[in-house]
Design a protein around this ligand. Structure first.
Ligand SMILES: C[S@@+](CC[C@H](N)C(=O)[O-])C[C@H]1O[C@@H](n2cnc3c(N)ncnc32)[C@H](O)[C@@H]1O
Length: 173
């Protein structure tokens, strides 16, 4: 997933636990932890890791790739379009064309009816409800993700399950 990349911005990274792990694992990668100014103000740059404060609705620092982990589920579709628009801009500068990497839940289609499948769907729907009530966001199925990407003119996406309900979606400008 990080092959061929020279730089990555972890948007909405909080204090950068994931950004730090990626920077350590890939020393050639220039990693930026990007969050609200008050979240990163006291944090010190270190080696290939730097902290940048800002508003993802207004601008995201340019890089080969942008990571959005557990961020978009907190926002409604209009807000996600604004965030993804800035992310698309941020990765569109390079020659090779970058990508946006989303780690989030993808609602499973109700195709099987065994206990395991039903438990998974029930858990996902519970997450959806909690997200809606607590932060006004939502969980999305593949069609809903695809609609957001095509509304912004992204050319294609790849989607893969990684761990339980977590998926990685790689989206290309
Ligand atoms: C649910 S947390 C995700 C944290 C991290 N990505 C993770 O996987 O643990 C969402 C993060 O988005 C940040 N955030 C909220 N609004 C933002 C904005 N307008 N610009 C940049 N970051 C923002 C919050 O400060 C918070 O750290």
């Amino acid at each position: 997933m990080f092959e061929g990349l020279n730089s990555l911005v972890d948007v909405g990274s909080s204090t950068g636990t994931v950004g730090k792990a990626i920077a350590n694992a890939f020393p050639h990668l220039e990693c930026t932890v990007f969050d609200l100014p008050q979240t990163v103000a006291a944090l010190q740059d270190c080696g290939n890791l730097k902290y940048v404060g800002g508003n993802m609705f207004e601008q995201v620092p340019a890089a080969d790739a942008v990571l959005l982990k557990w961020v978009l589920c907190d926002w409604n579709d209009d807000e996600c379009l604004k965030i993804l628009k800035q992310c698309r801009k941020a990765v569109s500068g390079g020659k090779e064309g970058g990508k946006v990497i989303i780690v989030d839940l993808v609602l499973t289609k109700n195709e099987k009816s065994d206990d395991e499948a039903l438990n998974l769907i029930e858990t996902q729907l519970l997450f959806d409800l909690v997200t809606m009530v607590l932060v006004g966001g939502k969980e999305r199925g593949e069609e809903e993700w695809a609609k957001l990407f095509s509304a912004l003119g992204f050319s294609r996406y790849k989607i893969a399950p990684v761990l339980g309900m977590r998926y990685v979606i790689e989206v290309y400008p």
